[in-house]
Ligand binder design. Sequence first.
Ligand SMILES: *[C@@H]1O[C@H](CO)[C@@H](O)[C@H](O)[C@H]1NC(C)=O
Ligand SMILES: *[C@@H]1O[C@H](CO)[C@@H](O)[C@H](O)[C@H]1NC(C)=O
Ligand SMILES: *[C@@H]1O[C@H](CO)[C@@H](O)[C@H](O)[C@H]1NC(C)=O
Ligand SMILES: *[C@@H]1O[C@H](CO)[C@@H](O)[C@H](O)[C@H]1NC(C)=O
Ligand SMILES: *[C@@H]1O[C@H](CO)[C@@H](O)[C@H](O)[C@H]1NC(C)=O
Ligand SMILES: *[C@@H]1O[C@H](CO)[C@@H](O)[C@H](O)[C@H]1NC(C)=O
Ligand SMILES: *[C@@H]1O[C@H](CO)[C@@H](O)[C@H](O)[C@H]1NC(C)=O
Ligand SMILES: *[C@@H]1O[C@H](CO)[C@@H](O)[C@H](O)[C@H]1NC(C)=O
Ligand SMILES: *[C@@H]1O[C@H](CO)[C@@H](O)[C@H](O)[C@H]1NC(C)=O
Ligand SMILES: *[C@@H]1O[C@H](CO)[C@@H](O)[C@H](O)[C@H]1NC(C)=O
Length: 423
Amino acid sequence: MLYLAILCLATCIASSSTHARGEWEDGLNFRFPNVTSPQPFNISVEPAFVNETLTKVSLYRPSRDIFSTWTNEGPARANITELASYWATDYDWFHVQDQINSNFSHYATSVTGIENYTAPVPLHFVHERSADPDAIPLLLLHGWPSTHLEWQKVIKPLSSQAGNVSFHVVAPDLPGYGFSPAPTQPMTVQSMGYAMDALMRQLGYDKYGIVSTDLGWFVGLWMVADVGSNVIGHFSDFWFIQPNATDLARFANNETTPEETDYINTLNAWTASHEAYLLTHSTKPLAISLAMSDSPVGFAGWAWDLIRTVSGGYMYETADIITSTMMLYIQGTHGNIRLYLEAFKPSIQAWPATTIPTAVSEWSWAGGPFPELANAAAPLSWAQRTANVTFYNHHDSGGHFPAISETDAWIEDLQAFFSQIVS
Ligand SMILES: *[C@@H]1O[C@H](CO)[C@@H](O)[C@H](O)[C@H]1NC(C)=O
Ligand SMILES: *[C@@H]1O[C@H](CO)[C@@H](O)[C@H](O)[C@H]1NC(C)=O
Ligand SMILES: *[C@@H]1O[C@H](CO)[C@@H](O)[C@H](O)[C@H]1NC(C)=O
Ligand SMILES: *[C@@H]1O[C@H](CO)[C@@H](O)[C@H](O)[C@H]1NC(C)=O
Ligand SMILES: *[C@@H]1O[C@H](CO)[C@@H](O)[C@H](O)[C@H]1NC(C)=O
Ligand SMILES: *[C@@H]1O[C@H](CO)[C@@H](O)[C@H](O)[C@H]1NC(C)=O
Ligand SMILES: *[C@@H]1O[C@H](CO)[C@@H](O)[C@H](O)[C@H]1NC(C)=O
Ligand SMILES: *[C@@H]1O[C@H](CO)[C@@H](O)[C@H](O)[C@H]1NC(C)=O
Ligand SMILES: *[C@@H]1O[C@H](CO)[C@@H](O)[C@H](O)[C@H]1NC(C)=O
Ligand SMILES: *[C@@H]1O[C@H](CO)[C@@H](O)[C@H](O)[C@H]1NC(C)=O
C-alpha cells in the first residue's frame, strides 16, 4: 500500500503536471472539444497562459532605435512601449473573451476526407442564421493578421435582414488562426478550400456565396475552381493580381494605360519597401515564428506595422491591435504565418478562369502613411482575365480592411452583388 502510494506520488506528480497542460491540448492554450459535428462552443483560454503572457509583456525590452516617429523601417519605440504598458496594466483578455463569446454564436466541429490531408480538420466558426429561412448561406474568409473578428461589424447587419437580401453567415477562423487549431501536416490552400466547403455542406448549405479578403482570397479563388458547382458567387475586396510578362513588357515600353501604370508602380513600391513580412512568411515561416511566438509585444509590433501600412489611415484602438495579436499568438504563430508559404507558391497563383459570378470591390489606400501605395487597386481588365466580373466598384478610400473601416459602404457593395444573383 505504502509502496503503491509512493509509486503514485511519483507518477501522479508527473501526470498532474501533464494533465494541467493536457486539458488544454498540448501547446494549444485553449479548450477545444474532440467533435465531428457542430457543437456550441465558448472560447476559453487557459488562465495560466494569459498570466504568463502578461509577465512577458511586462518584461518587454524597448528597442534602442534612432527615430522618434514611426518610419518605413518600423514602429517607433514610443508607440510600442505605450502599447506594452497598456497591455500590462489595462488590457483584460478575459473581458474581451466574454465579449467575443456573447457577441456571436460560436461552434466547434471537425471535417474529414480533405484531399491530400489525412487528419481531421478541427474548426471554430461563428454561425449567425437569418430569420429568413431562404436567406443566402455566406462563407466569410479572412486573411492575415486577421481572424473571424475582421467580420465583427458586418455579421449582424448581414444576418439581420437589414438589406434587401439577408444571409446565413458562417465566419470560420481559418486553420491555424484564432481558435481553429493549426494543421498538423502541411495543408495546401486548395485543401483548405475543400475543408471550408466541407464545413458549409456539414451545415446543410449545398449552395452558398463566398466573401474573401487577403489570404482568404487565395482560398476563395481555388474554391471557385475546385468546388464551383456549390458556389453561387464570389465577392472579394482584395484583388492582388500580378502583371503578366506582356504587361511588364508594355510597361517597359510606356504602353500601359495610366491605370495599369499606377498599379504597377504601386506594386513596385510595395516590393521595394514593404514586402519583407511576406517574403519572410512565405520562405521561413518556422524560423520567424520562433521569435513571434515567444514575444507577444514583438509580434504585436510586427503585425501592427503591416496593419498601419495598409489600413489607408484608419486608426485602430490599441486594444484592438492587442486582441488581433492575441488571436494569433495564443495557439502560436507558425500555424497562421505558414499559410503564406502555401499561398505564394507560383503554381497556386495560376488559378483557372471561372464562369462563377464575381464581385470586384476595390478600395484605395490613399490616406495611409505611404502615398506611393495609394493605387492598390488592380485594373478591372486584369480581374476579368480569370473571373466573370458581374459587379465592380472602386472606392477612393477604405484601405485593406474595409469591412472594419467602411462598414456601411462595404455591406452595400455586397448586398448589391448578391441581390443581382438572386433576382
Ligand atoms: C477523438 O474522438 C475519437 C472518437 O470519436 C477518437 O477515436 C479519438 O482518439 C479522439 N481523439 C482524441 C485526441 O482524443
Ligand atoms: C458558454 O457560456 C455561457 C455563459 O457563461 C453559458 O451559458 C453557455 O452554456 C456556455 N456554452 C458552452 C457550450 O459552454
Ligand atoms: C501569475 O504569474 C505570476 C508571476 O508572474 C505569479 O506570481 C502568479 O501566481 C500567477 N497567477 C496565476 C493566477 O497563475
Ligand atoms: C504613434 O505615436 C504617435 C505619438 O504618440 C502618435 O501620434 C501616432 O498616431 C501613433 N501611431 C499609431 C499608428 O498609432
Ligand atoms: C462586442 O459587441 C460590443 C457591443 O456591440 C462591441 O462594442 C465590441 O467591440 C464587440 N467585441 C467583440 C470582441 O466583438
Ligand atoms: C493534391 O496533390 C496533387 C499532386 O501533387 C495535386 O495535383 C492536387 O492539386 C492536390 N490537391 C489539393 C487539394 O491540394
Ligand atoms: C497577359 O494577359 C493578356 C490579357 O489576357 C494576354 O493577352 C497576354 O497573352 C498575357 N500574356 C502572357 C505572357 O500570358
Ligand atoms: C518611357 O517614358 C520615360 C519617361 O517619360 C522615358 O524616360 C523613357 O525613355 C520611355 N521609354 C521608352 C521605352 O519609350
Ligand atoms: C457570368 O455570370 C452570369 C451570371 O451567372 C452568366 O449569365 C454569364 O454567362 C457568365 N459569363 C461568363 C463569361 O461566364
Ligand atoms: C439591394 O440593395 C443594394 C444596396 O443598397 C442595391 O444596390 C440593390 O440595387 C438592391 N437590389 C434590389 C433588387 O433592390
